[in-house]
Design a binder for this molecule. Sequence first.
Ligand code: FES
Length: 105
Amino acid sequence: MPKLIVATRAGDELTIDARPGRSVMELMRDYGVPDLLALCGGSRSCATCHVWVDAEFAGRFPAPVEDEDELLDSSSHRKPTSRLSCQLQWSDDLDGLRVTLAPDG
Ligand code: FES
């Protein structure tokens, strides 16, 4: 089964069996990744699902839409590969995707 790899805020690395039809946020939430709040449930209005996508995968997703871009701008931890994980749709060709849960704020 394809794998999603998540680096937690505590420095652990989790390997999650990933299924198509889910967002990266939903895969992490279903697994129970610590510190993932995802307060808005994926409606692009909270930014508590902020991740840094590993550079080798960053170009594999469509660019953020304006709302996502603005929310990411509100974070003091934004990096060039920052994304809202609820906006990243999983597909099996992403096998091995690695993301890091960004700090709060
Ligand atoms: S879960 Fe709220 S913006 Fe992603």
